[in-house]
Design a protein around this ligand. Structure first.
Ligand code: CDP
Length: 805
């Protein structure tokens, strides 16, 4: 009779439900090397694929000779576009409504582009055979600058009919992709033209790359006898891959099983469909054997989806007192060789029009021009929700520049322009409805916690000491207040390739009172197996430790749109809570029957239903589960299962206040981050420890992006940052200590009030680091400097400002 003596507090603790800092259940296998990643999959007779890639950024492919490669012992096939053409698979659709070459069809458009696919019995033989494929190229003029591309006579995409509309409307030049606009242009221009104060700035968010620890890969296995294709891969959206694979191959969807096993980080890099997936499927169909393709680090950095590369020309107007009156932004977006951005169909610039940020700006306009260049395609949301990172960086830089112009404290400028608590739900000038927020409370808490006024005093003293020649180190206080937008759908606004953005959860309670829940999402390190069980524990009264969470197998999981853009908690988390509530509703009827009372006479209490007014009479969820399977209950069908598909009514709008305090050495350009404070508000907190981990990881990626990480090209389109020697990944050595904090403003429309959090630290972190660098030089007149702020660039800033004289 353990139940009867256990206190209510004990029962709550035993549940490990919402709010509990439950340890991550995944870590037991990850920390012991027992994860099961794509490259761990080994099937009998498996062949290995490897790509011949273009050394040129723009060239005509005159001929491909595969004879020497085919002659190598162990080589089974070499596929070129000619082999794929009869199957109509030499090109494939992109997520952005464009099409992309699977293998070079007549020309190549970026360095590292896939030209031929070698299939061999051994991974090393495949690599050797790649070297033996002879490709005759004729070099063409290279365009790496989107502004030049829009003026150039060189036609990059010869496959597109000149003058024909693209997927997002008219194209005004052969290298133009689309112009996408939002807001009231005329009204914005009128306000800005007549404003008391206007600042204008070009804010560039450089090209970078998600660079997950595990690169992309797939194992395709075509069972020709049963007509079934199994595809294991690093997919952030396995169901979408299944549907796309079916549409492309003509294999009926029920005959395709897509499995995402453990994934070693995604950050948006594993959302799209890559030629490697298509080629391994074709190779498996052709050979009748399983085919594995796993790219190496250089291939991942040079050829898979990049992020950012937005040139944002901004104008912001205000009164002399600092009240912002209007915001105008024109973006030139470098999309590379193919428009393979991963955004909901309706939004070719993602959610960039969240760029009014956390501020009550009465009128605004955004125009985004997408442009083709000779760079790798992509344009994915690297740890962000569809271009919100660019938007947050843009507005947080514009605020700093405006503060300079007004000679105002940037914290105060933010405070007087924040959307006020009583304005929520808030309708932004660019069309979003922010669900909830309390920005002033969060900002005050942040500034008090870091001792803001003292920091400003110290900074002013430092400037004076510098001028007196007593120090060569300046001090920057990087402020950032951001509003995220996460949880795409709703279906009526958001789809990917026509598939509405809902998500799902299916739960089965076993007779002994434990459970399995399957979701349409897939964790890539976020800890879903831990946290989704916590949601269900609170909703169903079954301890989280007794619930298995399963994701990523399309044969078993309900259809879902996957995990990216911090949408798991806002969408699948809501589906999970609602599936749990369906279980509870049925459990209530069973409990009432067992207690021989009316349904309304029992109420849920932690892990049981109790008789109202007589809590000593109860039925635990364990007893109810057993009865559901083993007792004939009139009017109630046996079993205890539920499924929920959730179409969110709106997105959720997490927010946060970050402060970075940095010392900058004027002579070496080196920096020392001595304090970083991050306050996040993600509504109801499911697991504070997981949240803290998410914030630490996201901040470290933000540090990387702001301070060193970039995908850079030379004038010939050679990628200069294709290895981890050149592409900055912070280690523990560079990573500062973070102090995390929170406020909790629940979402009014989410069943448990939760908002997403995974991407917030990246969205808010980049402006905090970058603003700290800028702020260190504010007293010397620096208005805008391009990221990444590596030592060389910081040294140059100091030099340009005459601080080395
Ligand atoms: O979609 P993704 O999993 O990347 O992002 P997320 O929905 O922000 O969730 C990241 C992790 O943080 C998950 O394990 C969530 O359950 C957890 N989380 C939480 O504990 N509380 C929240 N309010 C939001 C997320």
């Amino acid at each position: 009779m353990k139940d009867e003596v256990e206190s209510r507090d004990d029962r709550v603790a035993n549940l490990k439900g919402l709010g509990s800092a439950r340890k991550r259940v995944e870590d037991v296998r990850f920390t012991q090397g027992k994860g099961n990643y794509v490259d761990d999959i080994k099937l009998p007779g498996m062949l290995h694929g490897d790509f011949v890639r273009s050394p040129y950024a723009h060239a005509r492919v005159k001929s491909i000779n595969i004879d020497a490669a085919m002659a190598l012992d162990g080589v089974v096939a070499v596929l070129t576009a000619k082999d794929l053409e009869p199957l109509s698979l030499h090109w494939m659709p992109t997520l952005a409504g464009d099409k992309q070459m699977v293998l070079a069809d007549g020309k190549v458009l970026f360095q590292g582009q896939e030209v031929a696919f070698v299939v061999a019995r051994d991974r090393y033989v495949a690599a050797d055979a790649v070297e033996l494929v002879e490709v005759d190229y004729e070099e063409l003029p290279v365009l790496t600058d989107p502004f030049e591309a829009m003026k150039s006579d060189t036609v990059l995409r010869e496959d597109l009919e000149d003058g024909a509309d693209g997927a997002h409307g008219p194209r005004r030049h052969h290298n133009h992709i689309f112009l996408w606009e939002e807001g009231d242009k005329a009204a914005t221009e009128e306000v800005i033209d007549s404003a008391e104060v206007v600042v204008e700035e070009m804010v560039y968010y450089h090209r970078t790359h998600p660079c997950p620890l595990e690169t992309c890969g797939a194992v395709a296995s075509m069972d020709k006898v049963n007509g079934k294709l199994t595809l294991y891969g690093t997919f952030q959206a396995p169901h979408v891959v299944r549907t796309v694979a079916s549409l492309l191959s003509g294999i009926e969807e029920h005959n395709i099983r897509v499995v995402s096993p453990d994934i070693g980080g995604g950050f948006g890099n594993k959302v799209g469909v890559y030629p490697g997936y298509v080629c391994s499927i074709v190779a498996s169909i052709v050979t009748g054997l399983p085919v594995k393709w796993v790219e190496d680090r250089m291939e991942n950095l040079m050829a898979t989806a990049f992020a950012r590369d937005y040139w944002m020309q901004g104008k912001i107007s205000a009164t002399k007192e600092g009240k912002i009156t209007g915001l105008h932004c024109h973006v030139t977006a470098d999309h590379g060789a193919f428009d393979a951005c991963a955004d909901p169909t309706k939004y070719p610039a993602g959610f960039f029009h969240i760029c009014t940020g956390s501020y009550d700006i009465p009128v605004a306009y955004v125009g985004v021009d997408g442009v083709y260049t000779n760079k790798a395609p992509g344009g994915v949301a690297y740890r962000c929700s569809f271009r919100v990172t660019e938007a947050a960086y843009f507005i947080e830089r514009m605020i700093e520049v405006l503060a300079m112009e007004l000679n105002m404290d940037a914290a105060e400028l933010r405070r007087i322009n924040f959307i006020r608590k009583e304005q929520f739900p808030y309708q932004s000038a660019l069309g979003w409805e922010y669900d909830s927020g309390d920005y002033h409370t969060a900002w005050d808490k942040a500034l008090t916690s870091v001792g803001y006024d003292d920091l400003r005093r110290e900074q002013a003293e430092r400037v004076e000491a510098f001028k007196r020649g007593e120090t060569r180190k300046l001090m920057g206080i990087g402020l950032s207040f951001f509003t995220e937008i996460v949880g795409a759908g709703p279906v009526k606004n958001c789809d990917i390739l026509g598939m509405g953005m809902f998500d799902s959860c299916e739960i089965r309670i076993h007779p002994t009172g434990s459970a399995i829940a399957r979701l349409g999402t897939i964790s890539q390190g976020q800890g879903h197996a831990t946290t989704f069980a916590q949601i269900l524990a609170t909703e169903t009264g079954i301890p989280a430790d007794s619930i298995t969470i399963e994701e990523g197998d399309t044969d078993t999981a309900p259809y879902g749109l996957g995990t990216y853009g911090s949408r798991s908690t806002p969408v699948a988390g809501a589906a999970t809570a609602l599936a749990g509530r369906k279980i509870r509703a049925k459990a209530q009827m069973i409990a009432a029957y067992l207690l021989e009372v009316h349904d309304d006479d029992v109420e849920f209490d932690v892990d049981r239903f109790v008789l109202k007014g007589a809590p000593e009479r109860f039925k635990t969820m364990k007893e109810i589960a057993y009865a559901a399977y083993n007792q004939a209950i009139p009017g109630i069908e046996p079993g205890l299962e539920a499924v929920s598909y959730y179409d969110p009514p709106n997105m959720t709008y997490p927010f946060g206040a970050y402060v970075c305090v940095m010392d900058v050495d004027v002579d070496t350009g080196t920096t020392d981050i001595r304090q970083f404070y991050a306050l996040d508000d993600c509504g109801t907190r499911i697991n504070p420890m997981v949240i803290e981990g998410q914030v630490h990881g996201g901040l470290t990626e933000a540090l990387a992006i702001a301070m060193g990480q970039e995908i850079a090209y030379d004038d010939l389109g050679n990628c200069k940052t294709g290895t981890l020697m050149d592409f900055f990944i912070p280690t523990a050595w560079e990573t500062p200590n973070y102090v995390t904090d929170h406020t909790e403003t629940p979402s009014p429309h989410h069943p448990i009030g939760a908002k997403g959090v995974g991407e917030s630290p990246n969205v808010g972190g980049v402006p905090a680091f970058s603003n700290a660098v800028h702020d260190a030089f504010r007293a010397f007149g620096l208005r805008q400097a391009h990221m990444p702020h590596d030592h060389w660039r910081i040294w140059q800033i100091a030099n340009d400002l005459g601080l080395h004289d």
